[in-house]
Design a protein around this ligand. Structure first.
Ligand SMILES: Nc1nc2c(ncn2[C@@H]2O[C@H](COP(=O)(O)OP(=O)(O)OP(=O)(O)O)[C@@H](O)[C@H]2O)c(=O)[nH]1
Ligand SMILES: [Zn+2]
Length: 365
């Protein structure tokens, strides 16, 4: 590792500080205490465990067997307290979290990253340009309460940059939208404003839109928090994996962190009804003005949505995009409800088995 960062450089914020008890604060600041506590941030996740970075270096975190239910649910970006033996003590509450449906399962979620402040939604201005995909990513950002920033790449390969940028801006007039040639470092410099010291950003976008190019450009000649590591993959080959959390520090300017895990890149829409509603807030607003509270927005009289379509205030594309995402939510919701019902049934069965076994022991069976 080239350099140890300060807590602030690692992304420590008042939100996390406020969670520490007085006792914990004492144990953190007392270098001589036997039960000294150390604050660390999870920077990598491996099959074998978590790598935690602290102000005094990085190490593999250990845990006791009974902590597995918590440590199995940790992810890159998490803040943890550890003891001097590098053993997990507790997880600090997350400011934000990205999760997805676990592969092969409709109901379990898999945590991808935590404590991201801003999300760069990357979309290229050539053939990948797709408003509905941006809306999908916006729903994810809103659900996770992470600030979205839309970055339109390959501006150098597009004839109507201004028109397309306006279209994206029309999704939300308050949203930050940038169009860049990601290969040109001077064009991406303004993006560094979102990555100031203590801020953690993540990137989301289809393959080939320029995420790696942006990350490399933003890192510039940054000091890396950590160097690349070599580990054996499942087939025993050596692979070089780069750190999931990268630090942008250029010259004497100390920047924020880029969280770049493969999982983040493949993120799909999980359960995020709230995020979808927020992304399409004008549609939910309109729907509340329909004459009938159960309006299907088809041909009912007094339908505010149909009226907005007719006046051109709302586009059909946007309505269809909203309905599609909402339908996906309904499906997610259904599977979650089914899972809850199943868990409840299982709980009942376990209870009845335990009651029966207790009565057998008491001899009244
Ligand atoms: N002309 C031009 N080419 C770009 C731009 N951004 C990226 N590219 C090129 O597009 C190709 C894909 O870029 P990457 O940065 O690897 O894309 P990515 O999003 O990281 O792709 P994945 O790793 O598959 O997710 C590379 O050849 C880049 O040089 C841009 O703004 N303009
Ligand atoms: Zn209606």
């Amino acid at each position: 590792m080239s350099e140890s960062p300060s807590l602030i450089q690692l992304g420590w914020q008042p939100f996390f500080q406020q969670q520490l008890s007085l006792d914990e604060m004492e144990l953190i600041s007392d270098d001589n205490a036997d039960d000294r506590l150390i604050i660390g941030r999870v920077i990598e996740q491996h099959r074998s465990g978590m790598i935690v970075l602290t102000t005094s270096g990085q190490w593999a975190m250990s845990q006791t067997a009974h902590q597995a239910s918590v440590t199995d649910r940790l992810c890159v970006g998490d803040w943890v307290l550890c003891d001097q033996q590098h053993k997990f003590v507790r997880l600090l509450e997350r400011k934000s979290v990205f999760q997805r449906k676990a592969p092969g399962s409709k109901v379990e979620s898999q945590l991808i990253s935590a404590n991201v402040d801003s999300l760069f939604i990357v979309c290229s201005l050539n053939n990948d340009f797709n408003l509905s995909r941006i809306e999908r990513y916006l729903s994810l950002a809103n659900e996770s309460q992470v600030t979205p920033i839309v970055i339109l790449t390959k501006a150098d390969q597009c004839d109507d940059v201004a028109d397309k940028t306006l279209l994206v801006q029309s999704l939300n007039p308050l949203m930050m939208v940038h169009s860049v040639n990601a290969l040109d470092e001077t064009e991406i410099l303004p993006l560094l404003d979102y990555c100031k010291q203590g801020q953690t950003i993540a990137l989301l976008g289809s393959s080939g839109v320029g995420k790696s190019t942006l990350v490399n450009g933003l890192l510039g000649s940054s000091t890396q928090l950590t160097s690349a590591i070599r580990e054996d993959d499942s087939k025993g080959r050596h692979t070089t994996t780069s750190r999931a959390l990268k630090w942008m520090s250029r010259g004497d300017q100390s920047g924020g962190l880029i969280l770049d895990t493969p999982g983040m890149r493949e993120l799909q829409l999980g359960a995020c009804e709230q995020g979808v509603s927020e992304t399409f807030s004008e549609i939910t607003q309109l729907a509340s003005q329909c004459r009938f509270s159960d309006c299907q927005h088809q041909a009912e009289p007094g339908c505010a949505i149909q009226a907005a379509l007719a006046s051109g205030e709302l586009t059909e594309r946007r309505l269809i995009s909203y309905q599609k995402l909402m339908r996906e939510q309904a499906l997610n919701g259904a599977t979650l409800a089914q899972k809850r019902a199943k868990d409840k049934a299982l709980g009942k069965m376990i209870n009845s088995v335990q009651t029966a076994s207790r009565s057998r022991k008491k001899g009244d069976y």
